[in-house]
Design a protein around this ligand. Structure first.
Ligand code: CA
Length: 225
């Protein structure tokens, strides 16, 4: 899952980037409104954290521009304390949730998880595909109840496929959602990660759809007729 952080306070931006990276997200940062607007319009983020008070273009205007351009990614706005009018304007402009500064990082992470799973149609924090269970709160994967150790990139890839279970996901799409923009991307490495996950979870868990991409089914492949 790839997240854009829009925050002009350098220290808060740094803390957000660190916490989100530790939580297993690919993270990009923007510190002014113009840069943020461009990135949100051109890159496929799974969620955006948007401070409203920003240099060049304010957060509310950016959000309105994204929404009128049809950009529908979940957006969590950060608002100043006590400013209920800001929260109302933000929600009306298309924000999905808000947090008032100062906030606890744990709360931000919980809200972010909720936004991402709801936008991909999941109501609970645990995603299940056949024998595989991914706990989005703890960033842990089990198979038939047994803990499976995955590297950070393997986890990112599995998490994206499980959030989008039963959909065929191309290598390009996976590349765009598991790496941040500074990463030297190579879509050929996706196959390497898929094969490593298959070694750990079984060959059937990720299906290759020839010429199109990969798919994880929500039902157990062994149980299908
Ligand atoms: Ca600010």
């Amino acid at each position: 899952m790839r997240v854009l952080i829009v925050e002009d306070e350098p220290e808060l931006s740094r803390q957000l980037k660190e916490s989100l990276s530790d939580a297993g997200y690919a993270v990009d940062c923007a510190s002014d409104g113009e840069e943020a607007h461009f990135m949100g319009e051109t890159e496929p983020y799974d969620a955006v954290i948007l401070d409203l008070g920003l240099p060049v273009i304010d957060g509310l205007s950016i959000l309105e521009k994204w929404r009128s351009a049809g950009r529908s990614m979940p957006v969590l706005i950060l608002t100043a304390r006590g400013s209920w009018t800001e929260r109302v304007s933000g929600l009306d402009a298309g924000a999905d949730d808000y947090l008032t500064k100062p906030f606890k990082m744990e709360e931000l992470l919980a809200r972010l998880r909720a936004l991402i799973r709801r936008s991909s149609g999941h109501a609970t924090a645990e995603l299940v595909c056949g024998p595989v269970l991914l706990d989005t709160r703890q960033g842990k994967v089990t198979m038939d109840g047994r803990a499976i150790k995955l590297t950070a990139l393997e986890f990112k890839l599995l998490s994206y496929l499980m959030h989008h279970a039963d959909e065929v996901i191309s290598r390009t799409e996976l590349t765009e959602h598991i790496y941040d923009q500074d990463f030297d991307r190579d879509s050929n490495t996706i196959e390497v990660f898929v094969n490593r996950i298959r070694k750990k979870l079984g060959a059937d868990i990720i299906q290759t759809v020839r010429g199109m991409g990969y798919r994880i089914s929500e039902s157990d492949p062994d149980q299908e007729e």
